[in-house]
Ligand binder design. Structure first.
Ligand code: ZN
Length: 251
């Protein structure tokens, strides 16, 4: 049994009324899974988002990776490498028990829990490669994969396919969506990914973003130094990033 499965069993059984809980502040929390073996991310996986960027709905999941070195925790300062950095609030699933050829029907039994994630994206670099667009590198600058604030264990979330989600910048609400608008739901994604690669305990899946990204606006809007982005998902809490110009962060 993987340690992730043991943690999942503990989380399902623990009596929080009696547990000794030490309160931590959000900025004390690092990325809940700081070094997963694999990170999967899915593009154009919301009907509303595919429409806003004028891309027809994919018939198979559009899979890329965010490299592990881009992970941060819930509260972070992120340097902007360009003037075309965009936001994407996403439901992130943590795999407890991996495997190959996982049936869709039992796929959610392989999930340890859920987090809020941001799939920060440098749009100019993302589309710089023409036909071979550069999703993975464009979404993997330092700090471009915030996750957290913690892992909500899977027993706490009755249905991951019906969670409202929100992303705002200061007073401006940027994204309001629901995981019920996913093109490929999480059970299908686990089934599909495991039909190609082996999933490992602790792997992350960024499941895609709803509409409201800066790239889909007219005119386009991107993050600027001083912006603060707050992303939250029903039942999972929220994460916050503050953006600074390149080279100005001490980190
Ligand atoms: Zn995304």
């Amino acid at each position: 049994m993987s340690e992730w499965e043991q943690l999942k069993e503990w989380a399902h059984a623990v009596d929080f009324e009696k547990a000794q809980v030490q309160a931590l502040t959000l900025d004390q929390l690092d990325a809940p899974v700081p070094s997963p073996r694999q990170i999967f991310a899915i593009g154009m996986n919301y009907k509303d988002h595919a429409a806003e960027v004028n891309i027809s709905l994919p018939t198979t999941p559009a899979v890329f990776t965010k490299y592990v070195s881009s992970l941060t925790g819930a509260i972070a300062i992120v340097e902007l490498p360009s003037e075309s950095v965009d936001w994407e609030v996403e439901l992130v699933a943590v795999i407890a028990s991996g495997g190959r050829n996982i049936p869709r029907e039992s796929a959610l039994e392989h999930v340890a829990g859920y987090m809020v994630g941001q799939d920060l994206s440098d749009r100019d670099l993302q589309f710089a490669g023409g036909a071979a667009s550069q999703f993975s590198v464009a979404k993997s600058y330092k700090g471009f994969a915030p996750t957290g604030p913690w892992i909500t264990s899977s027993d706490q979330i009755e249905d991951p396919s019906d969670l409202s989600m929100r992303c705002s910048r200061g007073d401006q609400v940027l994204q309001l969506g629901s995981t019920k608008n996913l093109v490929f739901d999480l059970p299908y994604l686990i089934h599909y990914l495991s039909s190609v690669v082996e999933l490992y305990p602790g792997d992350l899946i960024f499941t895609g973003t709803p509409d409201g990204v800066g790239f889909g606006r007219s005119p386009k809007e991107y993050l600027v130094p001083g912006d603060e982005l707050i992303s939250s998902i029903e039942g999972l809490g929220g994460i916050r990033q503050r953006f600074v110009s390149r080279g100005s962060s001490a980190a």
